[in-house]
Design a binder for this molecule. Sequence first.
Ligand SMILES: Nc1ncnc2c1ncn2[C@@H]1O[C@H](COP(=O)(O)OP(=O)(O)OP(=O)(O)O)[C@@H](O)[C@H]1O
Ligand SMILES: [Mg+2]
Length: 225
Amino acid sequence: MTHEFVMEAKNLHKSFTYPRKITILKDISLSVNKGETISIVGASGSGKSTLLHILGTLETPTSGELSFFGKPVTEAEIPELRNKRIGFVFQMGNLLEEKTLLENVLIKAKIAREPTGPKKSAHEEALFLLDRVGLYDRIDFPVKYLSGGEKQRATIARALMNNPSLILADEPTGNLDALSGQTIQNILISTCKELGKSLIVVTHDLHFADLCDRKCELHEGILVE
Ligand SMILES: Nc1ncnc2c1ncn2[C@@H]1O[C@H](COP(=O)(O)OP(=O)(O)OP(=O)(O)O)[C@@H](O)[C@H]1O
Ligand SMILES: [Mg+2]
């Protein structure tokens, strides 16, 4: 039996044509094993976010192939992949400010049409994840009353909802002071390790990159490990 990667990208290229043609990614291949943590560093504008978006099916490559669990991604599967197989953590968490923390985390289960009432498994999962990121005593708070670090922890809990295999994080600590940033880094890495999730994290923080199993650098469109 051949080895099955959680995600495998083969020979990805990305060019933009407007306002003029630029090539951002040149022949990028990356295979991610279960439970593996991978960092991507690189200069501003080197294409890190573009690459992460492509790996998360949020953007299409100009050419190349993306597979999850050995199967090439098809258009029809993309909504389910984004909801159940991949969890996203962005710099701006994109939480709904008026909704409570618990409601924000449960949104993913609602999108998956799962029952979310008390005692339902989605509800228990959300409580477990919010507890895991240290926010159990804030679950009933509207997001607008949370601190920046708390919002980022909530984003991690939401990303882990629906039990995805792969977490993609783009500068998850970019907006935080050094101490809260380190707390978030530790929570992200330790939660992924504990729950067996693979993680790809884009960061400017070399200390954060060092915490990962594998370190990659994006330079002139090429990914060097
Ligand atoms: N839709 C687009 N059309 C044209 N060019 C784009 C588009 N999106 C991104 N680019 C260009 O692609 C390059 C890479 O952008 P990207 O956001 O991936 O960089 P990055 O490595 O994430 O940078 P940063 O560290 O500043 O976040 C940039 O030079 C940007 O101008
Ligand atoms: Mg970026």
